[in-house]
Design a protein around this ligand. Structure first.
Ligand code: GH3
Ligand code: MG
Ligand code: MG
Ligand code: MG
Length: 303
């Protein structure tokens, strides 16, 4: 990707069974946007799921899957359902337009179209999409630490649970709690406490290696790390690394009875999704172990 691509405003997938239609739209949009294309509905779904464009311009009449079917399939796909769709079609009847909007399209452009109008409508939808993405990001992020919040964790553990169930693999969680954090606040002040939370969560994040791992702030000074497709042993390796990383921060904590530095306690649990298990049970197991880690001296993990 060159710097000019980076400077472009959004990535658009153009779907049409006629190459000349794709060329016209490509020509109209390429200066401002990154343009991908697909010559069939099936191919469009594949690209939408893999590359997650910011907007799709969709032909209605195509052999194989038509635009309406593509639109319905996009809405049903977790990875593609938030991508806005504009129909661009030779169909002009109000009923066709209604059907497109009912299928989930955000706009409908009839051919022949005016290029300037297409550009303007595309820009509008990209702006709306950007705002929606930013809003979603805000609702899923913890403001202090920048890691995922509990709402995001709850959404993710449910979907990863289902994914691991289909794949017949385990998933693990590590529940983590800063030791004697109340005393830390009392000794160093609330602002220093906030900075400590930021440093500790950043250290935890460095230990989450895979793209599907998710670190979230679970509550005040409590964090949770979700490790999809990870067995007990892998989770223990990560927990050990977290102990080391947090200890290597060397954040002074003179009133802690554990160490003169900030430490964490952890409980980690792993499960293979099945009828006897649930995400709630997984978290409860980790929580019980965290409690025991606290009771048996802190600055350790139990699995
Ligand atoms: P333990 O080792 O048993 O976990 O003891 P603790 O003191 O860490 O646990 P406790 O639950 O008694 O206290 C948690 C403290 O975390 C109290 C609360 O003021 C502090 N805390 C929670 N959220 C924040 C925050 O956002 N910023 C700061 N500075 N402190 C916070
Ligand atoms: Mg067509
Ligand atoms: Mg604590
Ligand atoms: Mg706590």
């Amino acid at each position: 990707m060159s710097w000019t691509d980076l400077a472009k405003n959004g990535r658009i997938l153009v779907v049409d069974d006629a190459m000349e239609n794709i060329q016209i739209l490509h020509h109209a949009l390429r200066e401002e946007h990154d343009v991908l294309f697909a010559l069939s509905g099936e191919k469009a779904l594949e690209i939408a799921n893999q590359q997650q464009p910011d907007l799709i311009l969709l032909d209605a009449v195509m052999p194989g899957m038509d635009g309406y079917e593509v639109c319905a399939a996009l809405r049903a796909s977790p990875r593609a359902r938030d991508i806005p769709v504009i129909f661009v079609t030779a169909l002009t009847h109000p009923e066709d337009e209604t059907r497109a909007l009912e299928a989930g399209a955000v706009d409908f452009i009839s051919k022949p179209f005016n290029v300037a109008v297409v550009r303007a409508r595309v820009r509008t939808q990209l702006t709306v999409k950007r705002q929606a993405d930013a809003m979603r990001e805000l609702t899923l992020t913890d403001a202090l630490t920048g890691v995922a919040n509990r709402r995001s964790f709850n959404e993710t553990i449910d979907s990863e649970w289902r994914r691991c169930m289909r794949a017949h693999v385990s998933l693990s969680v590590i529940l983590m709690d800063i030791d004697h954090f109340k005393l830390y606040n009392d000794a160093y002040g609330h602002q220093a406490g906030d900075a400590c939370l930021q440093q500790v969560s950043a250290a935890m994040k460095r230990c989450a290696m895979r793209p599907s791992d998710l670190l979230a702030r679970y509550g005040g000074e409590e964090f949770v790390l979700l490790l999809p497709q990870e067995e007990q042993e892998g989770a223990e390796r990560v927990a050990r690394r977290i102990l080391d990383e947090v200890s290597a921060l060397h954040i002074e904590h003179r009133s802690s009875s554990v160490s003169h530095h900030v430490t964490v306690s952890m409980g980690s649990a792993s499960m293979k999704p099945g009828p006897e298990s649930s995400p709630e049970l997984l978290i409860r197991s980790a929580d019980t172990l965290l409690y025991q880690a606290k009771a048996s001296g802190r600055n350790r993990y139990l699995a």
